[in-house]
Design a protein around this ligand. Structure first.
Ligand code: MN
Length: 262
């Protein structure tokens, strides 16, 4: 029998706007940009979109999933890492932050394959005890274009021997070395790196561009947007490695959580 398709939980991004019904009310919309869905499908995964709910439901949601994908979006609320808001802090959604932190804690406890993109790697860092630069342009001296580009934007140096290096094939003979061009669309970034998290790529100005938890079978975050570069070999390799790990040892039938409890 062929194994069933790996289910990839995709935590939704949110758009919070002023409500029209009552003064002071707010409306949250859940959304996932198409490229994330497309890359998961291309890699052989079945995307399951998770709305923001009470963090206590993180376990129940991940019972349904074989992998977890955290996508980009608005800024992370600095209260989560004990900082006051910087003047250039953008829109935040504390309920989304708390739900994603809860998802990550469950994912780590279960060793569930997890991929974080852009804001995703930032939430990974905060969930594990790290802090963020709230606004790179005003807090870190750099001439590199980190914000505003979904096409090629700057290089990153991938740390040899890391999981990321193995996935991307960097540093191997014929690979062209460990420097990879990436796109970049972020104004926040990792500041203090969480104790257990290992930095696996930096841009030439020193900004953290990728990190991973070596203790997990797949817990990888990247600061760039691989999903927006569908034809890049690095994109194909990253999503293929993620979904392949989620697909490992899947039963032919039954609920996603079954093999972990059996
Ligand atoms: Mn960047």
């Amino acid at each position: 029998m062929t194994p069933r398709t790996p289910r990839i939980a995709v935590a939704c991004s949110t758009l919070v706007t002023a409500g029209v019904a009552e003064p002071g009310s707010r409306t949250r919309r859940h959304q996932v940009p198409d490229p994330y869905v497309e890359r998961v499908v291309e890699a052989g995964g079945l995307p399951l979109l998770l709305p923001v709910v009470d963090p206590a439901w993180a376990e129940a949601y991940l019972d349904l999933a074989d992998g977890l994908l955290l996508v980009g979006g608005d800024d992370v609320d600095p209260s989560l890492y004990g900082a006051l808001p910087h003047p250039e802090l953008g829109t935040v959604d504390l309920a989304r932050d708390r739900f994603e932190v809860a998802l990550l804690r469950v994912a780590v406890a279960r060793d569930l394959p997890t991929l974080g993109v852009c804001r995703g790697v930032q939430v990974m860092n905060v969930a594990l005890g790290g802090t963020l630069w709230q606004d790179l342009p005003s807090e870190v001296a750099s001439t590199l274009p980190h914000a505003g580009r979904y096409d090629a934007s700057h290089d990153v140096d991938v740390v040899p021997g890391s999981r990321l290096a193995a996935i991307l094939g960097t540093g191997a003979p014929g690979s062209g070395g460990s420097r990879v061009p990436v796109n970049s669309h972020h104004h926040q970034a990792l500041r203090t790196v969480a104790p257990t998290l290992v930095v696996t790529a930096r841009s030439p100005d020193g900004v953290v561009e990728a990190a991973e938890l070596p203790s997990q079978r797949f817990f990888v975050g990247v600061q760039w947007h691989p999903e927006r570069l569908p034809d890049a070999e690095a994109t194909r390799r990253l999503f293929a490695a993620f979904v392949a790990e989620a697909a490992r040892d899947l039963p032919s039938r039954g609920p996603a959580g079954a093999r972990r409890r059996s």
